[in-house]
Design a protein around this ligand. Sequence first.
Ligand SMILES: Cc1cc2nc3c(=O)[nH]c(=O)nc-3n(C[C@H](O)[C@H](O)[C@H](O)COP(=O)(O)OP(=O)(O)OC[C@H]3O[C@@H](n4cnc5c(N)ncnc54)[C@H](O)[C@@H]3O)c2cc1C
Length: 362
Amino acid sequence: MHDVTVHLGRYLRLDDNPLLVAATETHDRLLPVFALDPAVRRGVHQEAFLLASLADLQQALRARGSDLLLLREAPPADMRDRYECPMRMIADADLPFSPSAMPRTYTPFRQRVEAAGTRFTAPVPCPERLPPLPEGTACPTIDVPAVPLIAPGGASAGLAHWRQYRDRRLPDTYKQTRNDLLGWDASSKLSLWLAWGCLSPRRIALDLAEYEQAYGANEGTYWLWFELLWRDFFALRADQRGEDGGGIDADDPRWQDLAAARLGHPLVDAGLRELNATGFLGNRMRQIVASSLIHERGWPWAIGAAYFAAQLIDHDPASNIGNWRYIAGQGADPRGGRHFNVEKQREMYDPANAYARHWGGD
Ligand SMILES: Cc1cc2nc3c(=O)[nH]c(=O)nc-3n(C[C@H](O)[C@H](O)[C@H](O)COP(=O)(O)OP(=O)(O)OC[C@H]3O[C@@H](n4cnc5c(N)ncnc54)[C@H](O)[C@@H]3O)c2cc1C
């Protein structure tokens, strides 16, 4: 029994945190740390959300006799996974195949998981008390920049958000509303907190299963799980490819066009304006923007992916790269790419130009 330093990476919560459970069982003194790499390019919204999440975690740790040390340096190389990969809904041990033998496309992957009756891995509770800090360690209080955010960072806000979403019975209508371009309630917004591990996907999945028991399963509750499984799929695929985001070019001059939202189509430019103003974009608009850059402008997918990685509050390397590659026709898509005709998408999802007008286009 001795002191241990635990890099929390994308596990910014007390609930269902196997890192804290293991350290508590094996050590007398524990120093939780987070290394915020100053070399990583982050938009203001992403940075503010992350710092708010760290400050929230620091308060929660202090309430249990611990604390959080924020380091302004790159994480150690052997901790990289922890900083890049948030937890999956289904652990390796509960998958019906070994990760290295997983189906390469989503539908057979999902079918195998469903046939095995696997929905999620059970979450673990947080220890009541955490070991004290190593002697002589001091953790300065984490400052949060005053940047207006679409939602507050941190596990407490994430849990409160999920509970109100659930209690208002919004999972029931999820499938019908998830592609709407406007409206906070259109989709769950869980990605904001899932990406940094402020929320555990296993806790969400367990709550969703209990919700189904209480109110009945329906298309909406199934589809929410189905989308969470996409997140697992991309995380596993990234592991298999050993994907590290390499080749992503953060200094390409075409970034200026993205930052100025100057691509030339009112819907695409409106999407970029929303992303730049808020650090968020719904799934449908992410698809439209990505398809337009790749298939209409002929840009390498990695340029848009790097821009999203910096701007999105919910940036998750596996989901980001997996989705960009999918639209580009690499990796997970057996059909050789997704080319969305922007004009048709506009007719379907923004027929009255309400979204484009809202974000200053038209
Ligand atoms: C080009 C592109 C880049 C993307 N980059 C990211 C990213 O960096 N981080 C990220 O979390 N998601 C990414 N996505 C996936 C998806 O757009 C977001 O997860 C979703 O829009 C987040 O909003 P929500 O929580 O309201 O989603 P909901 O529709 O409410 O979905 C519920 C949850 O399911 C998961 N999910 C839904 N769709 C997908 C998907 N296509 N792939 C993986 N998981 C999904 C997310 O965890 C999401 O929170 C990307 C999609 C595209 C097309």
